[in-house]
Design a protein around this ligand. Sequence first.
Ligand SMILES: Nc1nc2c(ncn2[C@@H]2O[C@H](COP(=O)(O)OP(=O)(O)OP(=O)(O)O)[C@@H](O)[C@H]2O)c(=O)[nH]1
Ligand SMILES: [Mg+2]
Length: 341
Amino acid sequence: MFVDEAIIDVIAGDGGDGMSTFRREKYVTFGGPSGGDGGKGGDVVLIATNNCHTLADFRHKRILKAKVGATGGRNQMTGRNGADCEIMLPVGTLVYNTESNELLVDLVKEGQRYVVAKGGDGGFGNFRYKTSTNRAPTKTLPGWPGEEKNIKLELKLIADVALVGYPSVGKSTIISVLSNARPKIGAYPFTTLAPNLGVVPYGAYEDYVIADVPGLIEGAHEGQGLGIQFLKHIERTRVVAHVIEVTQGFPDRDPIEDYKKLLNELASFKEDLVDRPAVVVLNKSDLPQTREAEEDLRAFFKELNIPFIAVSAVTHENMKALRFFLGDAVYGRNSQESWER
Ligand SMILES: Nc1nc2c(ncn2[C@@H]2O[C@H](COP(=O)(O)OP(=O)(O)OP(=O)(O)O)[C@@H](O)[C@H]2O)c(=O)[nH]1
Ligand SMILES: [Mg+2]
């Protein structure tokens, strides 16, 4: 199940209490205070990872706690520190303090760490209180409490390219051909219920991340279809790739109309979504009606100065070119002419 929001409590460990004890040794009459400090409580640490792409793990796990520090020991031994609680979160997770609504951290890079709740320090043991006038103090301090917070996790995937289009235009098929991702593909609308991410090799040393967003329809920004919940995942992608098709038997569908309607949806959701680099991928060019329409569509997008490519994800025609076409857009090297057949 795809979950992109979760609210959890994070509780760092309390520090261990200081110890009150006196040295007891043979032949030493007044050994003096020797109680050690308590150990530090564990922190709650958030760590960004590319190994998971949803917050589903946190749907039921609502409280995450680090371990408390141990009480100080004899012979001025400090208690053991409490173990940290490390929480792995998908790259792209924004973390908010629920009470203040303040953004605490945006986990954008693999391996990024953030201490969201600090463990309490250990309390002083009685050896700390030894003075010239008080040689036998029994005073100690309890450990300091660990921080506690209620935080909201919000995932906004970070991809280089988002495939955007009507249901069943072949977005998932494209991502399965280009990348290591193996999403579900189906001849019915809304096969994809959650974004899929895949890594696409590009050039000798570069690659890019491609996301397939569940099919959008007119009214998506008002909640039609799978709606608004997935539009936010397009917010942080560099390039929007509109996937279009020439349908048969759907009189109300037309590739240019589809494109305009979805552009409108993106703009209604967030204006600057339409300002970012966009390209158009005409899929299913193995079908005769697509071949027929291709030249007109190419001319239309050329007029708008939008890079255009025609492919077939099923026969793999032009799919290698698509890999570079999208990569060029990501790295800002796109030239429309070079992709014309
Ligand atoms: N003829 C032809 N069919 C294709 C091509 N690409 C995809 N299809 C078919 O189109 C249907 C939908 O493909 P998907 O990849 O699931 O489409 P999608 O855009 O991910 O659809 P949603 O997840 O529902 O939004 C499947 O039956 C595919 O086999 C193509 O290049 N040519
Ligand atoms: Mg799909």
